[in-house]
Write a protein that binds this ligand. Sequence first.
Ligand SMILES: Nc1ncnc2c1ncn2[C@@H]1O[C@H](COP(=O)(O)OP(=O)(O)OP(=O)(O)O)[C@@H](O)[C@H]1O
Ligand SMILES: [Mg+2]
Length: 285
Amino acid sequence: MPSISDAQNPAQGCWIVPSTSADEVHVQVDGLTMAYGDFVVMRDLNFVVRRGDIFIIMGGSGCGKSTLMRHLIGLKRPAAGKVLIGGASLWETEGEERDALLRRLGVMYQSGALWSSLTLAENIGLPLEQFTDLSAAAIREVAAYKLALVGLAGFEDYYPSEISGGMQKRAGVARAMALDPEILFFDEPSAGLDPVSARRLDDLILELRESLRTTMIVVTHELASLMGIGTNSVYLDVETRTQIALGRPRGLLEGCRDAKVQAFLTRGGQAAPAGPTERANGEAG
Ligand SMILES: Nc1ncnc2c1ncn2[C@@H]1O[C@H](COP(=O)(O)OP(=O)(O)OP(=O)(O)O)[C@@H](O)[C@H]1O
Ligand SMILES: [Mg+2]
C-alpha cells in the first residue's frame, strides 16, 4: 500500500516524515488554504497527524498558528482544501453527525480562560451539563477525577483566582478533557508561565498521552516544549505563506538545512534542551 508520506513528498523543503499507513492517520490536512476575506494567511498545507502523536504547530508570530488551530477544530471554514478527523471531513458533515465529530475534540485556548465566577469543579462540569445526561452527583465525580488527573485533587471548590497561573492552566487542561476527547488541542499552553511551571505542564501533556493515549496538537514557540515533547511538527513560514518543514522537531534540528527552520529551532543561541526523560530528577513538584 502506498504510504501517505510518499504521496506528499514535494521537491523541496524539509519533509522528514515516516511512512504512515492509512489506519494510523488521525487528522489529515489536505490542500488547506486559510484566509480572512481576501487576505490569504497560508496556502497548500498538507500534513498528517498520527494517532498518539504530540504534533507541534510552529512558526513565527502572526504566521497563522492559531488560525490553523481554528480550522482543525471546525471554528473556521477553509478557503480551499479539507480537514479530515478520523477520515470524516469537518465541513461535509452536518447536524448531529458534525456535533458528534466536534465532541471528539478537546480544546485549551490561547487565553485559557476559566469562568472566574465558577469553582474549578463547576468549570469542568459545564461541558458535561451541556452535552451529557449525567446527574449532578456524577458530574461532580467526573470533575474531581479530571482534576486529579492534572494534579489538582482536592481543589474542586477553589475559584480560579485562588490558585496559581500554572494550576489554572492545569485546570484548563482538565476542562478540555471533560468529555474524554480523542484529540486534545493546546494553543500556547505554557505562555506566561515561569520555566518550572511550563516544564511541569509539558510533563503533564506527556503523562496524559501515555495514560490516556490521546492525540495532542500543540501550538507553541517554546523551544523546551518543542524539543522535549514533539513527536511530529509542521513549520509555517510567514514569508512564503506555506509550510516549509514537516517532521519530529529534534529530527529537523539535526537534519533540516533550511536557514529559517534552523534559525527558529536554535534561536537565541539556546542549545536544544533535554527531553523530559533526560531531565534531572528532584525538580520541585
Ligand atoms: N479574525 C481575523 N481577521 C482578520 N485577520 C486575522 C484574524 N485573526 C488573525 N488574523 C491575521 O491572520 C494572521 C495569522 O494570525 P494568527 O493569530 O493565526 O497567528 P499566530 O501564528 O497564532 O500568531 P501568535 O504567534 O502571535 O499567536 C495575522 O496576520 C493576523 O493578523
Ligand atoms: Mg496564536
